[in-house]
Each structure stands twice: as C-alpha cells, then as structure tokens.
Design a protein around this ligand. Structure first.
Ligand SMILES: N[C@@H](CCC(=O)N[C@@H](CS)C(=O)NCC(=O)O)C(=O)O
Length: 233
C-alpha cells in the first residue's frame, strides 16, 4: 500500500508522521499545501482543516498525528512499542506529553520581552526535567532503539536546536544530559534529516522574524525585514 502525507512546510506534527513512516519503511510521498491558502480538496479531506493527514491509495483518510502514528504502528510488520503493557502505555503517554510540549515552541516565538521569553523557558525547562528523569541513559529516550517516541521528539528537538543557535541555553548539558545526548543522536539521523522541507531552517527563521517576538530581535537582518503576517502554526 502507498500513502500520501499531506504536509505544511513548517509543521512539526507532519514531521513526526514522516519519521514514523520512514522508521517502518512504508511507501509514501509528501504533498505540501499552503495553509494560508488551502486547496478545496484538502479542506474537504481534513476534518479539522489541519495537517497532517495521511491518505492511503485506497482513498481512506487519517487525521491527527498521534492517531496516525498509532495506525502506522498497527499497520507495519515491524513493531516499535514494548511488549510490556505498562511500558507501552507509558511510551504512548510520553508521546502525548511531547506533543503538548510542542506548543512551547510557539510560546517561545511570540513572547515580546526578554522577561516573558525567560518565563516560557523556565516552564519548558521544568517539563524537560520530567522527561530527563524518565530517560534511562540509553542512546535514545527509553533505551537503545529508535522508536516512535524518537519520531515524536525529533521535530521538537530540531526546532529547539534552531532557537538555541540564536538564544543559547534551551538545552543545557548540566541539567538535561540525557536529552542533550539524544538530541545529538537524532540530529545526525538520516530519517530525521530527510523528514523536513529542504529549507526548513530558513523558513523557520523567517517565521520567527514575522512573529516579531523577542526572538526575532536576535535574528540576522535578512530574517527581520518581513512585514508579512505570520501564520499561527
Ligand atoms: N493535534 C493536531 C495538531 C496539528 C496542527 O496543529 N497542525 C497545524 C500545522 S503545524 C495546522 O494544520 N494548522 C491549521 C489550522 O489550524 O487551521 C495533530 O497533532 O495532528
């Protein structure tokens, strides 16, 4: 079976699904839509008018990143979740935790003053403390296997790394050693590298520029000039 992953160039939730599909070696192509000007077929197919949606060649449509990732796990022969039911449930819960944490990236990008930005960083660090405490010192979050939790967190860590380039101190080795090591591992992974729009970093900085928050003041001039309206995602 072949799949079409409907995407928006900046969307981290699409990237999670893309990594999960690659992890399971499923056959898929990515189609980008412009969410500022969405095509009629997309509005018809996507119940929440959001990406990702995954369309099978049978015409069946799936939506919501976590539900799609669960489908991928069920559909693929190669399984990722642990067989122990408690461990399984915990990994699913951490994927939800990571998806909620994804919205901190939006908060970081829009806070106008350094102080407000600092409060978001503090709150994010506390969430990262929780995740750090749950890791076990393996190569990845919960062991040595690249799993669905890695598919979930890689898009978050990638964007954190982008922000860290202009405002260092988001992921600190002293406070989050295991997460830093996982981040290094994931940024070097081809499944992660191949899961985004090829110009993601530039698009991301442009988006930060358009949001005109504190972070935009730290960008190089080329990203500061746009007066285009920023999308909220
Ligand atoms: N809970 C959804 C969130 C998806 C989401 O927010 N997608 C954004 C792009 S990153 C979107 O399509 N926004 C369009 C809109 O809100 O109209 C999921 O995990 O699939």
């Amino acid at each position: 079976m072949k799949f079409k992953l409907v995407s928006f160039n900046l969307c981290p939730f699409v990237q999670q699904v893309s990594i999960a599909l690659s992890l399971k070696h499923l056959d898929f192509e990515t189609e980008f839509v412009d969410l500022a000007n969405p095509p009629a077929w997309f509005l018809e197919a996507s119940p929440l008018k959001k990406v990702p949606i995954l369309i099978a060649d049978s015409g069946q449509v799936l939506f919501e990143s976590i539900a799609i990732i669960e489908f991928i796990e069920d559909f693929a022969e190669q399984k990722s979740y642990p067989t122990d039911l408690f461990e399984r449930s915990r990994e699913r819960a951490w994927i939800q935790f990571i998806n909620q944490m994804m919205w901190s990236l939006f908060d970081l990008s829009v806070k106008g003053s350094k102080e407000e930005y600092g409060s978001v960083v503090d709150a994010l660090h506390k969430k990262l403390d929780e995740l750090e405490a749950a890791t076990n010192g393996g190569k990845f979050l919960f062991g040595n296997t690249f799993s669905l939790t890695e598919a979930a967190i890689a898009p978050f860590l990638l964007r954190l790394n982008y922000i860290d380039e202009i405002a260092p101190g988001l992921l600190e080795k002293a406070r989050h050693p295991n997460l830093c090591a996982v981040s290094t591992e994931l940024m070097a992974d081809l499944r992660v590298q191949n899961s985004t729009h090829k110009d993601l970093k530039e698009l991301y900085f442009k988006q930060l520029g358009k949001r005109k928050g504190y972070l935009s003041t730290l960008l190089s001039e080329e990203y500061k000039t746009s007066n285009e309206k920023a999308l909220i995602y």
